[in-house]
Design a protein around this ligand. Structure first.
Ligand code: HEC
Length: 162
């Protein structure tokens, strides 16, 4: 655990410094890092937003804070799909080859998620509960641009779990 934590810490520092390319990381390490990053997006940010919206009385301060964190973290996640990290190199990845053959669509899908996340955060700050609820549907749709919700689901850019 400590080792993984320190690797992530180093990676985070490099991300902030914009120095990823100088970090000689194996394709398998990159896949692990992005799978963990995707899990974190759900476990640490979006799940909390979903929960408070489902409660019927959304905690707008929580949504604003989580949306900000999610937006930042999704931007980092988007950097973890370099060429050479598909199934031919790392069999356990669920990243589809379309990520590299339809790069503009893939990047647009990430941008759609970041935009939807920023919007829900801004509307939460404005105190507009009804808009926040509608924004949440847009966020979920943005996830669906790449893959379905259930853990095993596939989609345009993710293989279904075997
Ligand atoms: C731009 C495309 C894209 C978007 C948008 C996207 N994902 Fe993903 N996600 C992927 C890909 C590709 C994988 C598989 C990564 C791999 O196996 O290397 C993945 C994997 C995951 C995983 C599983 C991690 C694992 O161990 O394989 C979770 C959980 C997840 N995403 C959650 C989300 C949530 C929640 C959202 C929306 C808030 C979202 N994703 C939006 C592309 C996306």
């Amino acid at each position: 655990m400590i080792r993984i934590a320190s690797v992530l810490a180093v990676a985070a520092v490099l991300l902030v410094a914009g120095g990823r390319s100088s970090f000689a990381q194996s394709p398998a390490q990159t896949v692990k890092e992005r799978q963990d990053a995707m899990e974190k997006n759900w476990n640490d940010y979006y799940r909390d937003i979903a929960g408070t919206i489902r409660s019927g009385t959304p905690d707008l301060a929580l949504i604003a804070a989580k949306a900000q964190q999610a937006s930042d973290h999704v931007k980092q996640t988007a950097m973890l799909f370099p060429a050479g990290t598909g199934r031919d190199a790392v069999p356990k990845t669920r990243a589809k080859p379309e990520i590299w053959t339809q790069r503009a669509d893939f990047e647009a899908a990430f941008k759609a998620l970041i935009d939807a996340t920023n919007t829900i955060g801004e509307d939460a700050k404005k105190g507009d509960v009804e808009k926040v609820k509608a924004d949440w549907v847009s966020v979920a749709k943005a996830c669906g641009g790449c893959h379905g919700g259930p853990k095993k689901s596939g989609g345009k850019f993710r293989f279904e779990e075997e």
